[in-house]
Structures are given as structure tokens and as C-alpha cells.
Design a protein around this ligand. Structure first.
Ligand SMILES: NC(=O)c1ccc[n+]([C@@H]2O[C@H](COP(=O)([O-])OP(=O)(O)OC[C@H]3O[C@@H](n4cnc5c(N)ncnc54)[C@H](OP(=O)(O)O)[C@@H]3O)[C@@H](O)[C@H]2O)c1
Length: 400
């Protein structure tokens, strides 16, 4: 067995929006594990033409564990979704009907493979408490963090690796103990606390991949980050550490002040200045535009990103926080008229994560954590807090 058991000490949340859209129903068992069951159907067709079953076959070839030991069996059946007292222990899960689309609504689906029921949360950090006899990379007592796509070890991502997402295809970190293949863990950053380390798995690595995965950021270049979520805050910190100028957007002047304290050179309020693309361009040397854009708004922000991208700049398409409406979006030809690269980014490899951790240690970068820290039993409240966009940076759950 290459597996090892780690005791989770912390984890961080992301994708609250998608989870909420998916009508995720959470249930606690002994307060030690949270499982999520959603989808009215089990067969989830995938863009590449693979079914979940085919994906699972690919995963099994990778020798990665799919199921975590469940602390307590979950009663199932036709139970109400929520108890009257709204206590977390009163939550149960059940299949939900396919939601109907209203006049001004769109129906979304999590774009990556999932295998329900699943323990949510890709991000986690903890201590190794036991190792299998063939484990070479870790020993008991090591501090570790999880890798998002457990099968993405180095280089370009491939289809089998997209079927190894923690908290999607493989049970995630919202639990006290977990067995992980040693391939799916990395040594935690030495300068960070477990809570801080628990934020590196997804948002940090995605941002690092955007800035270093294709066309490495150079000192003196300009980076634009959108909003004050986890991905963008890491983007800001990595860019400042590299000697770049940072333009940050936010919907809140109060958050704008925090951005400046974190080193943002320029802040634009994207609510009061919907044409922020032009405003950002004017802030760059010779109005030539921005070298790297951490694009998390998606169709809602893409036009503005094109308005400020520099010739030969890179727009890293990471999320779609601004919705998925296609109207008014730039077309493929805009990449030619702006002579730029638009690149989809899906987290990153273990090799890239190790590079990132070395940079975090060398520059003593500390992730931006929201001041509020939740317990495992408060997982639902944590998701609600995030859904309401009350957070700044990463939202964390302390397990021990
Ligand atoms: N492709 C990947 O591998 C990958 C990896 C991680 C995350 N993602 C995706 O990337 C996105 C960001 O993730 P995250 O963890 O950073 O999210 P997050 O922490 O939830 O970010 C929320 C923040 O984004 C800002 N925001 C919301 N709508 C916006 C808009 N229309 N324009 C600009 N900013 C907006 C808001 O900032 P203000 O309150 O300051 O306005 C909000 O507080 C999500 O869509 C997530 O699913 C993708």
C-alpha cells in the first residue's frame, strides 16, 4: 500500500457558489465527516465523452483511493432536507428535482467530473499519522497539504487526471482523518500554519499556474486581478513577490483599502466603473495594457479584460463568478485583433505546486485568510458565509 493516513488539521473552502447551485445537502456523522449528495441522476455525461463509470475506471488504473472510511453509516430515504431547528446535525440529504429555468435565469452544472455522494473540499492540510510500507516521500509526523487533481503529477493535464479531483471524484478534506495516496500530497510550506497551508491546494496553485504555467511573469510587468477572492489574492501576492505592478478590481471601497494594504498598486471599483478595462489600460506604461489577467469573472468580465490586455499578454480564464451569459462576449477573432493568448487553467500539477511552495517559503508569503474561522461542525454556515460573499481571501475550517 502506498497510502497513508493523515489527520486533518485545517481545510479551506472554495466554489461555494457552485455547491449552492448544485443544491448541495450536507450531513454530519459524529461531527467528524461531512458528505454531500446531489444530482438527481448518477450518470453525469462529460465533455470528453466519458461517463463517470469510465472515469472511475481510469482512476482505478491510477491506484488512488475513491472512498474514505465513513465514520458512521448515513440513514437514507425520504427525509426532509432540513430540520426545523436548522441545527447542522438535523441535516439529511436526498435527491432533488431538476431545477426549472426562469425567464432571467440560466441553469449551470459543475464543469468537472463528480462522483456523489462525496466528502467535499479539495483543500486540506494535516499531519501524517501512519504510512504504508511502500511510502517513500513522507514519514509519520510530516506536515502535508493535499493536491487538487491527485493524478496530475507534472506537465500538462490529461483526461485521466481530470477524473482525480479531490472533493469531486475522490472524497475530499472535510473530515478528521483521511487516507491518501502519497502521490496526492505535498510537503506543507514550512513558514505557514496548518490553516494557512490548507489554502494552497486550489486557489493558490491555480493562480500560480496562471502566472507561471505558460508564459512566466517577469519583474516590471503588470498583472490584473479581479475581485478579492482566494485566487485573486494569491495572484496579487505572487505578482508583488515577483516585482510586478498590480491592478486590482473590487466591488467594495472598503475591500479596496484592504487591497492597497496588501500591496495593490491601483484599485478600481468594478461596480462604480463598469468600463474598468479602459481605466486599467490607462494605468499601464504607455497605455500598452496588462501582461497577465487573472480572469475569474468569465463571460461577465471578459469584454473588459480584452479592453486592457497588452499585445502578447495572457488572459488566464479561471472562473465565471460574473455568470455564464454569453451575450456581448468577445469572439475568437478578438484574440487576433488584440494579439493575445486566452488560456483555460485547471489548477495545476504536483510539480508546479512544489515550485509554488518553494516560492512561498523563499518570499515568506502568507495567504490572506478571512478573519472568521469555522469548525467542522459549522461547515454549512461556512458555505453560507461564502455564498453571501462576506469573505475576504480564503475561508478556513479548523478541525483541531
Ligand atoms: N479553473 C480552476 O482551476 C479554478 C480553481 C479555483 C477557482 N476557480 C474558479 O475561480 C473563481 C474564483 O475562485 P475564488 O476561490 O477566488 O472565489 P471566491 O473566493 O468565491 O471569490 C469571490 C470574490 O470574487 C469577486 N467577484 C464576484 N463576482 C465578480 C465579478 N463579476 N467580477 C469580478 N469579481 C467578482 C468578489 O470580490 P469583491 O467582493 O471584491 O467584489 C468576490 O468576493 C470561481 O469561479 C472558481 O470556481 C477555478
Amino acid at each position: 500500500m502506498l497510502d497513508q493516513i493523515i489527520k486533518g488539521t485545517a481545510l479551506s473552502l472554495h466554489n461555494a457558489a457552485l455547491l449552492a447551485q448544485d443544491n448541495a445537502n450536507l450531513r454530519a456523522a459524529n461531527g467528524k465527516i461531512v458528505k454531500m449528495r446531489n444530482r438527481p441522476h448518477k450518470q453525469i455525461p462529460c465533455e470528453e465523452g466519458l461517463t463517470v463509470e469510465e472515469g472511475l475506471q481510469l482512476v482505478s488504473q491510477l491506484d488512488l483511493p475513491l472512498e474514505a472510511p465513513v465514520v458512521e453509516s448515513h440513514p437514507q430515504g425520504d427525509l426532509p432536507i432540513e430540520s426545523k431547528d436548522k441545527a447542522f446535525d438535523g441535516l439529511v440529504y436526498q435527491d432533488a428535482p431538476m431545477p426549472k429555468v426562469g425567464e432571467s435565469e440560466v441553469l449551470g452544472k459543475y464543469p468537472f467530473p463528480c462522483n456523489f455522494p462525496v466528502v467535499p473540499a479539495s483543500d486540506g492540510a494535516g499531519e501524517v499519522v501512519e504510512v504504508g510500507s511502500k511510502v517513500t516521500e513522507f514519514k509519520k509526523g510530516d506536515q502535508v497539504a493535499t493536491l487538487f487533481n491527485q493524478g496530475h503529477q507534472y506537465g500538462d493535464i490529461d483526461i485521466p487526471a481530470t477524473y482525480t479531483g479531490l472533493g469531486g471524484m475522490i472524497d475530499g478534506a472535510l473530515r478528521e482523518y483521511g487516507v491518501f495516496n502519497e502521490k496526492g500530497l505535498v510537503k506543507a510550506a514550512k513558514n505557514l500554519t496548518p490553516l494557512e497551508n490548507s489554502t494552497l491546494t486550489c486557489a493558490a496553485l491555480t493562480s500560480w499556474n496562471a502566472l507561471y504555467g505558460l508564459k512566466p511573469l517577469k519583474p516590471g510587468q503588470t498583472v490584473l486581478v479581479q475581485g478579492t477572492g482566494g485566487v485573486s489574492m494569491f495572484g496579487l501576492q505572487f505578482a508583488k513577490a515577483a516585482g510586478a505592478t498590480v491592478i486590482a478590481t473590487t466591488s467594495s471601497d472598503e475591500k479596496g483599502e484592504k487591497l492597497k494594504k496588501l500591496g495593490a498598486d491601483h484599485v478600481i471599483n468594478y461596480k462604480t466603473d463598469p468600463n474598468w478595462g479602459e481605466a486599467a489600460r490607462k494605468l499601464t506604461p504607455d497605455c500598452a495594457g496588462v501582461d497577465h489577467i487573472i480572469e475569474v469573472g468569465g463571460p461577465g468580465t471578459m469584454r473588459q479584460s480584452f479592453n486592457c490586455i497588452k499585445f502578447e499578454g495572457v488572459i488566464s480564464v479561471i472562473g465565471f463568478l460574473g455568470g455564464v451569459k454569453a451575450e456581448g462576449q468577445p469572439t475568437l477573432l478578438d484574440t487576433l485583433s488584440n494579439i493575445c493568448t486566452v488560456r483555460g487553467v485547471y489548477v495545476g500539477s504536483k510539480a508546479l505546486m512544489c515550485d509554488m511552495i518553494r516560492a512561498i517559503e523563499a518570499n515568506d508569503i502568507h495567504p490572506v485568510l478571512d478573519e472568521k474561522v469555522f469548525t467542522l461542525e459549522q461547515a454549512r454556515e461556512a458555505y453560507e458565509y461564502m455564498w453571501a460573499q462576506k469573505h475576504f481571501g480564503k475561508l478556513t475550517v479548523k478541525i483541531h
